[in-house]
Design a protein. Structure first.
Lengths: 325, 551
């Protein structure tokens, strides 16, 4: 029990630290949103009008420390204010518009990558040194070290522009209205093929390698030898004896990537013009939309910490030694 | 592709209640703005909205001044305007019989109301009108009189740009600044939002439009597009009718896909210059930048033709006017300025080096680069926003020329927001920058007025000149064309002589079009007005009214 309380306290402190950094970072960037908004307008806005506008966005001149406490209050009351770039929409409105797409895109691809990568890793380790292993494992390493951007652009070019079989942009056909219709749902699926495929493809390698290495470690263990000796089928030994234990470290990586899903997959979303959180964050940073950046980072932080916390709990469940700690 | 067109036709028909007339609507596809998602904001005073078809298309101006036609007045909601004898007030006569899109009458009361609305809420006064106007009077139902603080024939360019809103609706709005105007009632050609999703919206015909007989487009469709690359992808497939974006190597990437119909026209727009900060923090730079010989040598080290051809893919218009006038204003040109100072905008590195040598610039500290006559080192970065590739390459070419002439300059590429900030707070040494051009050359030159110094990104050189101030002030104090010309001649002489900024080229107005479905587009052969579809180009209303479906 004390373990759980200690963990929760730890995460509270971590959250406060993250929230503080989140407050300071955007303010350290040069430039401010009002100047950027009007930097390209041919006329000069008088100071009074600029001030009036700044106030409507919630920028009142006051000491940093005062602003910090107002900010903290807004974080804990879950009210991030009004977006500057999308004025008069609130930050929550803007984020909630993008959130489902990101959850769908990044969530699906993380789960896909985890499942496929782990299965391939198990198989590669079981037949280590064989034909399958000597092709798939080095390729996984190679793919893993290619940036998502490169794969994304190559896929876009090949399937979108040369073969013209997959759409290059949007989450669904823009001429459709969102709703529970076959046309809409199939369009969402069709439009997600390339971004999800790309995202899953680049992270499969990581899971594959982790799983393969863990498995190889497990295969030398006595309980695996014991399983064979008992005359269990290969399949049963592979999955129930070796893979089950080898999965633990992979689970951590999996949970962490689920946590980072909230950040959106910035590059893939930009390449495929997908309306997710990463794209929104990128636009927000360019426009110095502080409230939006803060809101998004807080949500990312929360997701990350929650994922970590969950992992801690899952470990208690999976690893009996921790229960006594 | 065909599949999605059928789908869209089906959806459109379903949406419109499957009426046959609606299914035959003429729909023009345009991209006035790149964004990641649309959100419904139809407030014409909002500067940040991603819906950039509200001004001009939904809410019209009083008068549009046609920049390409020398500032010719194209009357919109106003049918005429008259100055008072002393040029200190202007009276607009509002067009008779204009109706709002809900059928109510639009008259001088609405215009009067709107002027007062932006006075009451300074955050709406984005053109800073109430800095320069004193009061507004409602003369009668058809006339509104605007009283200026000082006589001016130039203020009209801002005043007539006001987007009148309906009093019968906006009078009851508590906070017009944050008002999203969900059920827009407007005066423009396209006021009805037929469908709206974050990825696309369709804006259709105003049933009471005053110029309905000239409007041949029933609806405009605005697909969400976030980047130039995505624009190119959609454009190459022929999905876009009217747009404007930087497309690399346009002849190959766009025109070649359908040479019959894929076309573009890049008239010269904003003036691209190099700014040298005369209040630079580094002593040596400051000394050099304040010396006209140094600025002239800088200018002579600029290979403008290469900047246009190589860095700009040939899209910009070269600018060799020593004052920076630009070809778009050639009618104002003072040939005297060219004759006397034209040589300083000719690319000639040897002459630049000779000029510096004659002015006493020598390499004192032996680092291979010139130092100032008083022996201080000159070393500066030219800042350019990263990712603005045509500009980055331009600066690269500039640095090559400068290094060859013995000047220690280098390229620095901060992020756009940081670049803006350094210009605004005066911490930069040298920079590439662009000036927005107006109806007359006065707008770009007025950035040198001492009252404007450091108030915007455009007035950051620190150069002032009392004589120039007087001329700039005097330009709009007269309605006499000959007098204005004389003043402009003198302004050009001063700027050519002092060369406070170094012009290199005029950025193009980005404009591409597709004639597969429509005709009547503006082009070099049909140069009626600035052709861009972007918000901020008031002439786009004229363009829309001239576009017709192909017969």
């Amino acid at each position: 029990m004390s373990f759980i309380i200690r963990r929760i306290m730890f995460y509270l402190v971590a959250f406060l630290v993250a929230a503080t950094i989140n407050f300071l970072l955007p303010r350290l960037m040069p430039g401010n949103p009002i100047d950027i908004m009007f930097a390209n307008a041919g006329n000069t806005m008088p100071p009074e009008a600029k001030k009036a506008l700044a106030e409507t966005f919630g920028f009142v001149e006051r000491p940093l420390i005062e602003e910090y406490f107002i900010y903290l209050k807004s974080v804990f009351s879950w009210d991030f204010g009004v977006s500057i770039k999308k004025y008069p929409l609130t930050v929550m409105d803007v984020l909630m518009q993008a959130l489902p797409w990101t959850l769908f895109l990044a969530g699906t691809s993380v789960i896909l990558a985890f499942c496929i990568g782990s299965l391939l890793g198990i198989y590669a380790a079981w037949k280590r040194g064989g034909g399958f292993d000597s092709i798939i494992s080095p390729s996984a390493l190679a793919v893993q070290s290619v940036p998502a951007l490169v794969i994304g652009i190559l896929t876009l070019y090949l399937f979108g522009l040369v073969l013209e079989v997959l759409p290059t942009s949007y989450a669904y056909d823009p001429s459709l209205d969102p709703g529970f219709s076959w046309a809409y749902i199939s369009s969402v699926f069709y439009h997600s093929l390339m971004p999800i495929g790309t995202l899953a493809f680049v992270s499969i390698g990581g899971y594959l390698i982790t799983m393969r290495n863990n498995m190889i470690g497990q295969l030398g263990e006595e309980h695996v030898v014991m399983g064979h000796a008992k005359g269990l089928t290969d399949k049963r030994v592979r999955y129930n004896y070796a893979a089950r234990n080898a999965l633990l470290p992979s689970m951590t990586a999996f949970a962490l990537s689920l946590g980072s899903v909230m950040g959106g997959s910035l590059i893939i979303e930009i390449v495929f013009n997908y309306p997710g959180l990463g794209n929104i964050l990128f636009q927000g940073i360019i426009a110095r939309d502080y409230p939006l950046i803060q809101g998004q980072l807080i949500i990312m932080t929360l997701a990350m910490l929650t994922a970590n916390l969950l992992i801690d709990f899952i470990y208690i469940f999976l690893d009996p030694r921790l229960r006594k700690a | 592709m065909r599949r999605s067109m059928i789908l869209s036709a089906v959806t459109a028909a379903l949406m419109a209640g499957t009426s046959v007339a609606q299914a035959e609507d003429v729909i023009l596809t345009a991209v006035p703005h790149q964004t990641t998602a649309f959100a419904e904001v139809y407030n014409p005073f909002n500067q940040t909205s991603d819906v950039r078809s509200v001004r001009d298309f939904m809410f019209e101006q009083l008068v549009v001044f046609n920049r390409i036609q020398g500032g010719k007045a194209e009357y919109r909601l106003a049918e005429s305007f008259d100055y008072s004898e002393d040029l200190s007030s202007v009276t607009f006569k509002i067009r008779d019989g204009v109706k709002w899109s809900d059928g109510e009458t639009l008259d001088a009361n609405d215009v009067y109301f709107t002027f007062n609305l932006i006075k009451e809420h300074p955050a709406l006064d984005t053109r800073a009108l109430w800095e320069k106007i004193d009061s507004v009077e409602l003369v009668d139902d058809q006339h509104v009189k605007v009283n200026y603080k000082e006589p001016s024939t130039g203020l009209i360019f801002d005043v007539a740009r006001i987007h009148t809103v309906p009093e019968h609706i906006w009078a009851d709005i508590e906070d017009p600044v944050s008002f999203t105007n969900p059920d827009p009632v407007g005066s423009g050609p396209l006021t009805e939002i037929r469908r709206f999703t974050p990825q696309e919206y369709v804006q259709c015909r105003n049933p009471y439009y005053f110029q309905a007989e000239d409007l041949d487009v029933d609806c405009m469709r605005f697909p969400q597009i976030a980047t130039n690359d995505q624009t190119l992808t959609a454009a190459a497939k022929g999905e876009l009718d009217w747009f404007g974006s930087f497309l690399p190597d346009i002849e190959k990437t766009y025109v070649a896909k359908d040479p019959e119909n894929h076309k573009y026209w890049f008239p010269g727009g904003s003036l691209v210059i190099f700014n040298l900060n005369m209040n630079a923090s580094a002593e040596g730079n400051k000394e050099a930048f304040n010396d006209v010989d140094f600025r002239r040598a800088f200018s002579m080290a600029m290979d403008r033709q290469a900047m246009v051809d190589i860095a700009g893919y040939g899209y910009p218009t070269i600018n060799k006017y020593p004052s920076g006038l630009g070809r778009g204003y050639h009618a104002w040109n003072n040939p005297e300025a060219d004759a006397q100072y034209g040589k300083y905008t000719e690319y000639d590195v040897e002459a630049a080096a000779a000029l510096l040598d004659g002015a006493g610039y020598k390499d004192v500290d032996g680092d291979g680069f010139l130092d100032t006559p008083s022996g201080k080192p000159i070393q500066f970065d030219l800042i350019v926003p990263n990712g603005w590739t045509d500009w980055v390459n331009t600066v690269q070419l500039a640095v090559e020329g400068l290094n060859e002439a013995g000047i220690n300059a280098s390229v620095s590429t901060p992020e756009a927001a940081a670049w803006t900030q350094q210009l605004l707070d005066g911490s930069y040494q040298g920079a590439i920058n662009a000036l927005v051009v107006g109806v007359t050359p006065h707008m770009a030159f007025d950035t040198f007025h001492s009252s404007k110094a450091m108030t915007s990104r455009f007035s950051v050189t620190g150069y002032t000149n009392e004589e120039l101030d007087k001329l700039l002030d005097g330009f709009f104090k007269t309605a006499n064309a000959d007098e204005q010309r004389e003043i402009m001649d003198e302004i050009q002489m001063i700027l050519s002589k002092d060369m406070p900024h170094i012009p290199v080229f005029n950025n193009p107005y980005w404009y591409q079009y597709n004639t597969a479905r429509f005709e009547g587009f503006f082009s070099a052969d049909n140069a009626q007005a600035v052709p861009t579809v972007h918000d901020g180009n008031p002439e786009r209303i004229l363009h829309l009214l001239s576009i017709k479906p192909k017969s």
